[in-house]
Design a protein around this ligand. Structure first.
Ligand code: AKG
Length: 297
């Protein structure tokens, strides 16, 4: 059994370490992952694009198995998480879990970042080279009453500028309205940056900071996905998720990225345990690798 001192920190590896995902190093190999012009126009208009197949069944199974290991708070790589919140239930279908940093611990979650089914669309939507920001795991156990209140991701990320960010939410289970799939407010990426109203409190607390015009457009759209599919969203997209009312868990992996060139805007650590990057300095180094250079697209 690995110990804290022997477990490898995979953040030092800036290329895939397994064969879980195909490589796509040439324009020809990337072509099959490219979004169409219509899909890109849909994203620009609505602030999201959903239903993109990003994992096959074997990849979903591999990531679920890794997730299962990570539910164990005694896992030897646990100290590598930037953040970890869990109810630590012994029953995996009852684990409520939100954690950042799985890419440092598990080969599958590490290699997911270089999955061309993610990087090629991400480069197209960002309009440039893709640099990694951080990952997240969001798991809602069966019959879990907790919600993720409506919010804009960038309101939590202003320590990195300019805003050229992207979120990719990946279902490790079928996600439905009943088990707490994502909910988007289509078009809200054209709202301004809103003040933080919290993600753990009232589901619709964000309404308090919306104008009457914005409130009129506050019509949640349920982003139902099959396992292995993803939804991309803009950093100002208002989104959240209701409780899981079913007897099926709702597990998800999230990859957050930005266009290469985004810089630090803070003299504090940008993630817990990560050395600060001076304000104005371009993001990069061990914890923020380049994932895709569109020169090959
Ligand atoms: O998975 C969820 O329920 C919420 C995800 C989310 O808020 C995010 O990815 O920013």
């Amino acid at each position: 059994m690995a110990t804290n001192s022997t477990v490898r920190d995979l953040s030092t590896k800036h290329r895939p370490v397994s064969d879980l995902f195909p490589r796509a190093d040439t324009a020809e190999a990337c072509a099959r992952y490219r979004l169409t012009d219509e899909q890109i126009a849909f994203y620009d208009e609505n602030g999201y694009l959903s239903g993109i197949q990003i994992l096959d069944d074997a990849q979903v199974d591999a990531l679920r198995a890794e997730l299962q290991e990570l539910f164990d708070p005694a896992h030897p790589g646990h100290h590598l998480f930037y953040e970890y919140h869990s109810n630590e239930s012994a029953d995996p279908s009852h684990v409520l879990f939100h954690a950042l940093g799985a890419w440092r611990i598990m080969p599958g979650f590490h290699d997911l970042l270089w999955n061309p089914a993610f990087t090629v669309p991400a480069a197209q939507l960002l309009g440039g080279a893709v640099r990694f920001w951080h990952d997240q795991l969001f798991c809602k156990p069966v019959h879990h009453g907790g919600v993720v209140a409506f919010h804009q991701d960038y309101s939590y990320w202003t320590r990195t500028q300019p805003m050229a960010h992207l979120t990719c939410w990946i279902g490790l289970d079928d996600a439905t309205s009943d088990n707490g799939c994502l909910q988007y407010i289509p078009g809200s990426h054209r709202f301004s940056l809103l003040p933080i109203t919290g993600i753990a409190g009232g589901m619709e607390a964000v309404r308090e900071v919306l104008t009457p015009e914005q409130l009129a457009r506050f019509q949640p759209f349920a982003v139902e996905l099959k396992k292995g599919q993803c939804a991309f969203h803009h950093p100002l997209m208002i989104h959240g998720s209701y409780e899981n009312r079913t007897d099926r868990p709702r597990r998800a992996a999230v990859v957050n990225a930005f266009r290469d060139g985004v810089a630090s805007a803070s003299d504090k650590p940008l993630l817990e345990g990560v050395p600060p990057i001076p304000p104005g300095q371009k993001m990069g180094g061990q914890f923020f690798p380049l994932l895709c250079d569109p020169a090959v697209l």
